[in-house]
Structures are given as structure tokens and as C-alpha cells.
Design a protein around this ligand. Structure first.
Ligand SMILES: CC(C)(COP(=O)(O)OP(=O)(O)OC[C@H]1O[C@@H](n2cnc3c(N)ncnc32)[C@H](O)[C@@H]1OP(=O)(O)O)[C@@H](O)C(=O)NCCC(=O)NCCS
Length: 144
């Protein structure tokens, strides 16, 4: 059975249902927003969410490129609604494109209030990762 980038792309297109809206991509991270992650207004700090998204995209990039990599760009990020302390935060990654050395990975973030059943989408963005060699230079993404 092949495990190349095309298979990774196919796997990444798996769909799951959670709450009343459709969520796309592979579930990569599920965590709970904690008081330490808040901004001065008491809502969850956008920087914390961005770091979770970078971790989620990096997880998929490592799987696809079978080695180390780095974020080279973050595009089209939007924050749709705030995340509150205690929310269950779930990150889904979808592989959108594989280049010679780079991968474009879309990350969707959903939040479910602690005592409710349905999750709502709170943010999404495209992350571009570059596969790196031991010297920190771009390396070709392996075909197998
Ligand atoms: C990642 C890095 C090694 C790439 O070096 P580079 O000289 O830009 O490499 P290249 O020009 O050969 O580009 C490599 C790939 O990235 C893509 N790329 C580079 N900059 C990009 C950008 N701003 N947006 C989208 N793709 C980009 C190129 O198109 C190329 O893709 P391909 O091989 O699939 O066609 C270098 O930019 C770097 O070290 N950046 C810092 C990364 C980092 O530290 N990230 C963490 C931030 S805290």
C-alpha cells in the first residue's frame, strides 16, 4: 500500500460530523481553553489559538513530508467569534496542496462551550510549511 503525498491528501479529505455543522479535515488537536490562555478582557488570547493552529498544521506537515519543516507563511486568517475559558477547542487540518518542497495546510478551529453539545467554528487559516533538511534548507517532499 502506498503512503505517498497523494494518499496523505486523500486521507486528509476524510470528513467527520460533530455538533450541528459539518467539520472538514483530520482532527489533529483537541484541548480545553484554560484561564492561563486569556487576554486582559478574559477571552482566550488569539496568539494562543494561532500557536495551536501552527502545531496542528506542523503535525500534518511532518506526517506528509516525513521529517522536519518550518512555517513559511500564514494566510487568510480570520477570527469569527471569541473562545471562552472552558471551551473544548478542536483543530482540523486539511492538506490543500503539495509543492516541490512546500505544503499548504488549511486549519479549521471549532469550539464547544463546556456544558453544551454543539460546536461552532471560531477561526481558520492556511499555513504553508516547507520541508527542511538537516541544514535547515528546503528539501523535496518524498513520494513514498
Ligand atoms: C523556510 C525557508 C528555509 C525557505 O527558504 P526559501 O529561500 O524561501 O526557499 P524557497 O524560495 O526555495 O521556497 C521553498 C518553498 O516555499 C515556498 N514559499 C516560500 N515563501 C513562501 C511564502 N511566503 N508563501 C508561500 N510559499 C512560500 C516556495 O514557493 C517553495 O515551494 P515549492 O518548493 O513547493 O515550490 C526560509 O524561508 C526560512 O528559514 N524561513 C523561516 C522559517 C521559520 O523560522 N519559521 C518559524 C517562524 S517562528
Amino acid at each position: 500500500m502506498s503512503t505517498g503525498p497523494k494518499d496523505a491528501l486523500a486521507r486528509a479529505q476524510q470528513r467527520g460530523r460533530h455538533g450541528r455543522q459539518q467539520e472538514d479535515g483530520v482532527l489533529v488537536i483537541r484541548t480545553i481553553a484554560m484561564p492561563a490562555d486569556t487576554n486582559p478582557a478574559g477571552d482566550i488570547f488569539g496568539g494562543w489559538l494561532m500557536s495551536q493552529m501552527d502545531l496542528a498544521a506542523g503535525n500534518m506537515a511532518g506526517r506528509v513530508s516525513q521529517g522536519r519543516g518550518a512555517t513559511v507563511a500564514v494566510e487568510a486568517m480570520q477570527f469569527l467569534r471569541p473562545v471562552k475559558v472552558g471551551d473544548e477547542v478542536t483543530l482540523y487540518a486539511t492538506l490543500r496542496h503539495i509543492g516541490r518542497t512546500s505544503m499548504r495546510i488549511h486549519v479549521d478551529v471549532w469550539a464547544r462551550p463546556r456544558f453544551e453539545l454543539a460546536a461552532e467554528k471560531v477561526t481558520d487559516a492556511d499555513f504553508v510549511f516547507v520541508a527542511l533538511d538537516d541544514d535547515g534548507k528546503p528539501r523535496e517532499i518524498p513520494q513514498t
